[in-house]
Write a protein that binds this ligand. Structure first.
Ligand code: FE
Ligand code: FE
Length: 177
C-alpha cells in the first residue's frame, strides 16, 4: 500500500508545517508577554501568556497526531521572533499572524481531506476556531489602542499580571467564566 503511505506522509507534512507555525507563535507571544509585563500592562500580559499556552496546546495536539501517523514532530520555528515591539506594534502584528494562520490552516485542512484523513481535518477545524478567538481578542485590543490610545492604556497600566492557578490557556479559561 505505497499509496496509503504517501497519503499519510502528505498529512504528516501538513501537520508539521502547522506545528512549526505554532512553535513560532509560542515564542513570539512569550516574548510579547514579558515585554507587556515589563511595561506594566498587567492584564494584557496575562492574556498574552494564556494565549501562548493555547499555542502550546495546539503544538502538542499536532504532535500527538503526527506520532499516531508514524511521523516525527518538528522542532523548527516557522520564522524569526521579532523582539522589542511597542504595545501598538504587538497587536497589529498579532492580528496579522492569526489571520495568516487561519488562512494557512484552511489550506492544510483541505490537504487532509484530499488525502482521505478526515480526523486530522477535524483537528484543524477545532484549532482554527481557537485561532479565530485569538484573532478577535487581538483585533479588539488593537482597535482600542487605535481609537482610544493612551486613555485605554492608562486604564490597563498597573493591573495585575497574575494568571493565578490557570494553566489551561485563554480559550479554556474564557469558556469557564
Ligand atoms: Fe495555535
Ligand atoms: Fe493563535
Amino acid at each position: 500500500m505505497a499509496d496509503r503511505e504517501a497519503r499519510k506522509a502528505n498529512v504528516v507534512t501538513a501537520l508539521n508545517k502547522a506545528r512549526s507555525m505554532e512553535l513560532h507563535a509560542i515564542h513570539q507571544y512569550m516574548n510579547q508577554h514579558y515585554n507587556l509585563d515589563n511595561m506594566d500592562y498587567g492584564e494584557l500580559a496575562a492574556n498574552m501568556k494564556l494565549i501562548a499556552i493555547d499555542e502550546m496546546r495546539h503544538c502538542e495536539m499536532f504532535a500527538e497526531r503526527i506520532k499516531e501517523l508514524g511521523g516525527e514532530p518538528t522542532t523548527e520555528l516557522a520564522g524569526k521572533v521579532v523582539k522589542g515591539q511597542d504595545v501598538k506594534a504587538i497587536y497589529v502584528s498579532d492580528v496579522e499572524s492569526e489571520d495568516d494562520t487561519i488562512f494557512v490552516y484552511n489550506d492544510l485542512r483541505k490537504v487532509c481531506v484530499d488525502n482521505g484523513d478526515i480526523l486530522t481535518a477535524k483537528l484543524f477545524e477545532t484549532i482554527i476556531e481557537e485561532e479565530q478567538a485569538h484573532m478577535n481578542y487581538f483585533d479588539n485590543i488593537s482597535g482600542h489602542i487605535e481609537t482610544l490610545g493612551d486613555t485605554f492604556l492608562s486604564k490597563i497600566a498597573g493591573t495585575p499580571s497574575s494568571t493565578g492557578g490557570t494553566t489551561k490557556g485563554f480559550v479554556i479559561n474564557n469558556a469557564a467564566n
